[in-house]
Design a protein around this ligand. Structure first.
Ligand SMILES: Cc1cc2nc3c(=O)[nH]c(=O)nc-3n(C[C@H](O)[C@H](O)[C@H](O)COP(=O)(O)O)c2cc1C
Length: 434
């Protein structure tokens, strides 16, 4: 076991454009049986945790609810509480927004999940703060983008104070937190939970986001999923830890990645191309183009050339998702690619977006995953399957045993809490605030 160990997590698919809904094997993204299937598979594969993303407003496209959001999804912590009853060891991670929640309420709900799951709760702190989402929570305004990490950092600090305000096995103490964002005091209602401090995950990429992760998070969920970008991100974020008196191993870096397996590498490549064609249907190709252009392009032929008009940089055609920073530059790049290779709109979108991260035979994928971790491009992966709910089955059956043979992945759970799966130290009780 001297090799650096890989950490694995399972992202429940749905709502993103990775999921292939047209596949006859696709199931519901609402039924509990789908959550249960994926969670049980992840636990069978000895994964560290199961992960739920969350958005707080249905996205809109040209004034209509985005197709993928029509079906909706249940609230994350509620789902995880139910999964706690059908799993034993698997960590349970909920994405919860720090902009539109309150520390007391969230600390209570996460401590409750940690109790019900016997020490498996995690919180993915996200900071989306756009005015469109804010309309669902309006109290006379929403948070300015510049202030969201200030609020998130103070939010996490306040939640930790609440968790620490009750001594292990002891009666409620009191807490008092006073800062620019929150002025709260009282007694915390939930006894100290098995982990004491449930695991904190951070997803966000700006300099402020990375600094926040270095100061406060146990895990970073990142989009940097190529070897080169991964190594750069890894060195950058780990390099920030010393400032906070933390060791490199105190923070695990886990990119979200997709994968396609096949009987051989060539078979996997062929499958991957087929999946890309399903993910980018003719209709989705136009939607993807409209997201960049910010214009109604419904009159364009997906099999024809790209529009020669420029994007509208100030467009509000698409609401509730982050638009690319410089749409005019992206459009120029796509046009150049299409002209150089003679690609249609659909082919250009297929080439330019969402290519699968790991494609190959199980042996090829296992070797590539291990290389990533061994060379410090990551500490592990949040796997994003493209099928609900069976998308992880082949990975657990075919890749996990190879990682185990290589000595890079556990052959049994050695602890019971998520902190122990992640190799994180048990938190020392710091005592309540007066
Ligand atoms: C890998 C990844 C996953 C994310 N998942 C969610 C999510 O499920 N829900 C959400 O509201 N925001 C999510 N976000 C958005 C972040 O919380 C944040 O608002 C966004 O990345 C902008 O912050 P930044 O400028 O620091 O990157 C995610 C971001 C990243 C990088």
């Amino acid at each position: 076991m001297s090799r650096k160990q890989i950490h694995l997590a399972a992202h429940f698919p749905g709502v993103n454009s990775t999921t292939v809904w047209a596949d006859p094997r696709s199931g519901s993204q609402i039924d509990f049986s789908s959550f249960e299937h994926l969670a049980r598979t992840a636990e069978r594969g000895l994964f560290d945790f199961f992960f739920l993303a969350e958005g707080l407003r249905l996205r809109e496209h040209a004034g209509r609810i985005h197709d993928l959001d029509v079906v909706g999804r249940p609230e994350s912590i509620t789902v995880l509480n139910a999964l706690a009853a059908v799993t034993d060891r698997l960590g349970l991670a909920a994405t919860v927004n720090a902009t539109f929640n309150e520390p007391y309420e969230l600390a209570r709900r996460l401590a409750s999940l940690d109790h019900l799951s016997a020490g498996r709760a995690a919180w993915n702190v996200v900071t989306s703060s756009d005015a469109f989402t804010g309309e669902n929570f309006r109290r006379g305004g929403y948070l300015d983008r510049a202030d969201r990490y200030a609020r998130a950092a103070e939010f996490v600090g306040a939640v930790r104070e609440l968790w620490d305000s009750r001594p292990p096995g002891g009666a409620p103490g009191t807490f008092a937190h006073s800062g620019p964002q929150f002025r709260i005091e009282g007694s915390f209602p939930v006894p100290r939970s098995p982990q004491g401090q449930p695991v904190v995950i951070q997803a966000g990429d700006s300099a402020e986001g990375r600094e926040f992760a270095a100061s406060a998070a146990d895990v970073v969920f990142t989009r940097h999923s190529t070897l080169e970008a991964g190594r750069e991100f890894y060195a950058d974020v780990k390099g920030r830890l010393a400032r906070y008196g933390r060791e490199p191993d105190d923070l695990k870096i886990m990119p979200g990645v997709t994968y396609v397996l096949g009987d051989s590498d060539a078979d996997a490549q062929e499958r991957a191309a087929g999946i890309r064609r399903q993910q980018v249907s003719p209709q989705n190709a136009i939607l993807a183009l409209e997201q960049v252009w910010g214009r109604d392009l419904s009159g364009y032929d997906p099999d024809g050339p790209l529009p020669d008009i420029d994007p509208d940089p100030d467009s509000t055609l698409v609401q509730g998702r982050v638009r690319v920073a410089d749409p005019v530059a992206v459009a120029r790049k796509w046009r150049a690619l299409s002209e150089a290779k003679g690609l249609s709109i659909r082919q250009t979108v297929i080439e330019s977006t969402g290519r699968q991260s790991f494609v190959g035979s199980p042996a090829t994928v296992a070797a590539a995953l291990e290389e990533f971790v061994a060379t410090d491009a990551a500490d592990g992966f949040i796997l994003v399957p493209h099928l609900t709910p069976g998308g992880l089955d082949d990975f657990v059956d075919q890749v996990v045993p190879l990682l185990q043979e290589r000595g890079a992945f556990r052959t049994e759970y050695t602890g019971t809490t998520l902190r122990s799966h992640l190799g994180l130290p048990d938190p020392v009780w710091k005592g309540g605030t007066p």
